[in-house]
Write a new protein. Structure first.
Length: 171
């Protein structure tokens, strides 16, 4: 929708920005909570999706891993939004470092705490009910869902801005 004046644009954007900020705060809280969990680390979590040890994962591998380990289904368009945000070099896959960016808290203390955690060396895919404590599993599922919800809202903002400024790049 094209806006005729700045006031109308502002009235449409402010609620979306407020919603986006609230989602960002909720996502950050979940990331901090995950960082504090003793059974959660980034290496083993990444390995769930990168079963072949390539060092990168595709959207299909993310979707399969989410379903296989967490019984979470994701819409392809929502997964594409997540991939677009974190795939910095736009090669269609997430490297380990890009994957980590999506789970590291912004808070430096908690980010360092999580980044320094050693793997528990989950080499073969264990039963999904034994991989994490139930509370950690639920937090990780919530984190994934919050990522998707966050990206859906961000896309709404990008679309709104692009309609009013065709040169706008929301990434």
């Amino acid at each position: 929708m094209q806006f005729k004046n700045a006031e109308m644009l502002e009235q449409a954007i402010v609620p979306l920005l407020c919603a986006q900020l609230e989602l960002e705060k909720r996502l950050e809280k979940i990331k901090v909570d995950l960082a504090l969990r003793t059974d959660f680390n980034l290496i083993d979590t990444f390995r769930l999706f990168d079963a072949q040890g390539k060092g990168w994962i595709t959207a299909e591998e993310v979707a399969n891993g989410l379903f296989d380990y967490f019984s979470v289904t994701v819409q392809p368009k929502d997964l594409a939004l997540y991939m677009n945000r974190y795939d910095k070099d736009r090669d269609g896959r997430l490297k380990y470092s890009e994957f980590c960016d999506s789970f590291l808290p912004l808070d430096p203390f908690h980010a360092k705490l999580l980044a320094k955690k050693a793997p528990l060396n989950v080499r073969e895919a264990p039963r999904r009910d034994l991989l994490y404590y139930p509370e950690t599993r639920e937090l990780l599922i919530a984190c994934w869902r919050m990522h998707f919800e966050h990206e859906i809202e961000a896309e709404r903002l990008r679309v709104l801005f692009q309609k009013n400024n065709p040169n706008f790049d929301g990434y």
